[in-house]
Design a binder for this molecule. Structure first.
Ligand code: ADP
Ligand code: MG
Length: 291
């Protein structure tokens, strides 16, 4: 099944990703069913929406649902699941001390971005293609690692699957010599296959399916950071769809490596930016070009 139409809001912390994500989601919800999800560990989508948010989607208005999964809790659950799996797989090896394993896995590198991808993957799999998914992405460092991870993990999975295939073949020939038949299904291979399918879906989404929106303020630091994000996208084989210059004015400096991108300038709304009327004003401007 095709994934929902997906828009990622990317950029430096504080430029207005959450504001733009909610504003756009509100605007698009007049014509489509929209889910806005924040993958930012800073948890401020709920603050902006004025509603406490968690893992399960909450209806903000007709046609618009929002959620904010707790990446720390998801990381903990994933680590615990991995430890259980290893324990179950090596139950027969009493000699192998697995005492410190839980601690080790809990602090494994890449766990936070993997958990964010798990949360994203669930929406991409479950939402129908006519829905819209707006993703408020974390600040650049974590976003970059998230974007890079599926392609990287896919290569790992291919290597592991090759290794497992050789084990299965060897087992089959030993069984043959002993005149026995090996089982057709291998649960490790099944698990690797499921992981591979999930990663391939996200790779395809990042490379071909989603619109990557770079949000900047008219300041050199956020523009430089968005330039680096664009480089990452290009290395993934894709490009940014649009540059949003938030809190800009009618005239703005053409941005370094971003000058050729189609851009939308959003006004500075001062202290009223969080009010529904202001969000709708920003949302209309965004939806005109991203709708
Ligand atoms: N167009 C705007 N005009 C005025 N203030 C804005 C505008 N966009 C965002 N802000 C304010 O800037 C701050 C950071 O915005 P936020 O959306 O939380 O950024 P990010 O999600 O990128 O960290 C918030 O206080 C928000 O209200
Ligand atoms: Mg934010």
């Amino acid at each position: 099944m095709s994934p929902p139409r997906t828009l990622f809001m990317l950029g430096k912390g504080g430029v207005g990703k959450t504001t733009c994500a909610l504003a756009l989601a509100r605007a698009l919800s007049s014509t489509a069913r929209v889910t806005v999800v924040s993958l930012d560990p800073a948890h401020n989508l709920g603050d902006l929406a004025g509603v406490p948010l968690g893992r399960a989607p909450v209806t903000l208005m007709p046609g618009l649902e929002a959620c904010e999964p707790d990446l720390e809790a998801l990381s903990r659950e994933r680590a615990e699941g991995a430890v259980d799996l290893i324990r179950a797989g090596y139950r027969h090896l009493d000699a192998l001390s697995l005492g410190g394993l839980a601690d080790l896995v809990q602090h494994a590198p890449g766990l936070e971005e993997q958990s964010a991808l798990d949360a994203l993957g669930a929406f991409v799999r479950d939402l129908p293609p006519e829905d819209v998914l707006v993703v408020d992405m974390p600040p650049t460092g974590l976003s970059v690692r998230m974007l890079a991870l599926p392609a990287l993990s896919l290569r790992w999975i291919e290597c592991l699957a090759g290794l497992r295939r050789r084990i299965i073949e060897r087992r089959a020939s030993i069984a043959h010599v002993r005149g026995r038949q090996e089982q057709d299904r291998d649960h490790v291979m099944d698990r690797l296959g499921a992981e591979r399918d999930g990663l391939a879906l996200l790779c395809d989404l990042f490379e071909n399916g989603a619109a990557h929106v770079l949000v900047v303020n008219p300041d050199p630091l956020s523009i430089a950071e968005a330039g680096r994000l664009r480089e990452v996208l290009r290395r993934l084989g894709t490009d940014a769809a649009r540059l949003v210059i938030n809190r800009g004015s009618g005239t703005h400096e053409p941005a370094g490596g971003l000058a050729d991108l189609p851009s939308t300038v959003l006004p500075d709304l001062g202290g009223s930016a969080r009010e529904p009327g202001s969000l709708d004003k920003l949302g209309r401007l965004l939806a005109e070009e991203l709708g």
